[in-house]
Design a protein around this ligand. Structure first.
Ligand SMILES: NC(=O)c1ccc[n+]([C@@H]2O[C@H](COP(=O)([O-])OP(=O)(O)OC[C@H]3O[C@@H](n4cnc5c(N)ncnc54)[C@H](OP(=O)(O)O)[C@@H]3O)[C@@H](O)[C@H]2O)c1
Length: 293
């Protein structure tokens, strides 16, 4: 099937790693609470195939979604993978029987996680692995402290040839600096969206260094964004509020890469349409009030 040209352009994280700024996050494909099989398996497969058909070349995932469910769906839907596609995974946690997300960040646990990701995705080498630092407050705030032991373990696996590039997730500027003193980073993945802007300064500093910033929960995550400002700007453009939230992120900084999650082909189309929206200065004035409010 012919591919459409995806709006939003591309970003080069490294010489061998150029992705579309509009990507896709696979977490929503697992069952309720990111646990177990999808509620609609055929739709999950269709979402992945349509994402690639629309021209998306960046899929974010983890073996602990399900666990193993999203990676196995990705392999079933898309293997053998198109050459341009880059699958970015993350390690640092596992799922317990109650659906919790305990740490799994010792060198031995990380080695096992890389092995499992390779098997479940059907790959010989992983393009990008994020070290997900677990344990802060609600699970999505930063847990201060050294990440050196875990990050060094991933660098060791990179040197052995299992990983091409490294990133880190749910981290502070200090933890990013610590990681960079050990090995180069190509991306940082933190909680950020139009209503949750703790990382504004960090994004600017990463942009200056040519490091991608990949906001998770770009649409609000488990509590999707609802705002009269998003609705008002969406009406002006005859667009969906979620598309406006994504357009705002794309215009916010050139190093922002999007990985909105959805389990629905219709929502995938809404989200991709956001990459083509051009927000005016007046739109941005309205939208910037969301975080101030
Ligand atoms: N590093 C980390 O710790 C971390 C943490 C969380 C997530 N992530 C990654 O970030 C990705 C994005 O985060 P996320 O999926 O949790 O949250 P999100 O993208 O902010 O929002 C997903 C939620 O929005 C709904 N949604 C999506 N598109 C919509 C649309 N057009 N209209 C209405 N509702 C819509 C989804 O429901 P439907 O399924 O019904 O569309 C789902 O409930 C994940 O998929 C995962 O890959 C990383």
């Amino acid at each position: 099937m012919a591919q459409l040209t995806l709006a939003g352009g591309t970003y080069s994280m490294a010489k061998d790693l150029t992705v579309t700024r509009m990507g896709y996050g696979a977490m929503q494909l697992a069952g309720p609470g990111v646990f177990g099989p999808p509620k609609d398996r055929d739709e999950a497969i269709a979402v992945l195939r349509e994402a690639v058909n629309l021209g998306i070349t960046h899929i974010d995932t983890s073996d602990y979604y399900g666990p193993f469910v999203t990676n196995q769906l990705i392999k079933e839907a898309l293997y053998p993978y198109p050459e341009a596609l880059h699958i970015v995974t993350k390690v640092g946690a596992y799922r317990d029987a109650k659906g919790g997300w305990p740490h799994a960040d010792s060198p031995a646990e990380l080695r096992r996680a890389i092995h499992d990701n390779l098997i479940n995705l059907g790959l010989d080498v992983l393009d990008v692995v994020n070290l997900r630092v677990m344990g802060g407050g609600d699970g999505h705030s930063v847990q201060p402290g050294s990440i050196a032991e875990s990050f060094e373990a991933l660098v060791q696996l990179q040197q052995e040839g299992w990983i091409k590039h490294l990133g880190i997730s749910t981290v502070s500027a200090e933890q990013i600096a610590e990681a960079q003193s050990i090995a180069p980073l190509v991306c940082v993945q933190n909680f950020f969206n139009i209503a949750h802007r703790d990382d504004d300064e960090l994004i600017t500093s990463l942009a200056k260094q040519g490091i991608a910033y990949v906001p998770y929960f770009p649409l609000g995550g488990f509590s999707p964004l609802q705002s009269s400002e998003l609705e008002a700007v969406a009406q002006r453009h005859d667009a969906k509020p979620m598309a406006v939230a994504l357009a705002w992120l794309l215009q916010h900084s050139p190093n922002i890469l999007l990985i909105p999650g959805t389990s629905s082909v219709a929502h995938l189309h809404d989200n991709v349409s956001g990459a083509a929206l051009e927000l005016s200065d007046d739109d941005l004035r309205v939208l910037n009030a969301i975080a101030a409010g």
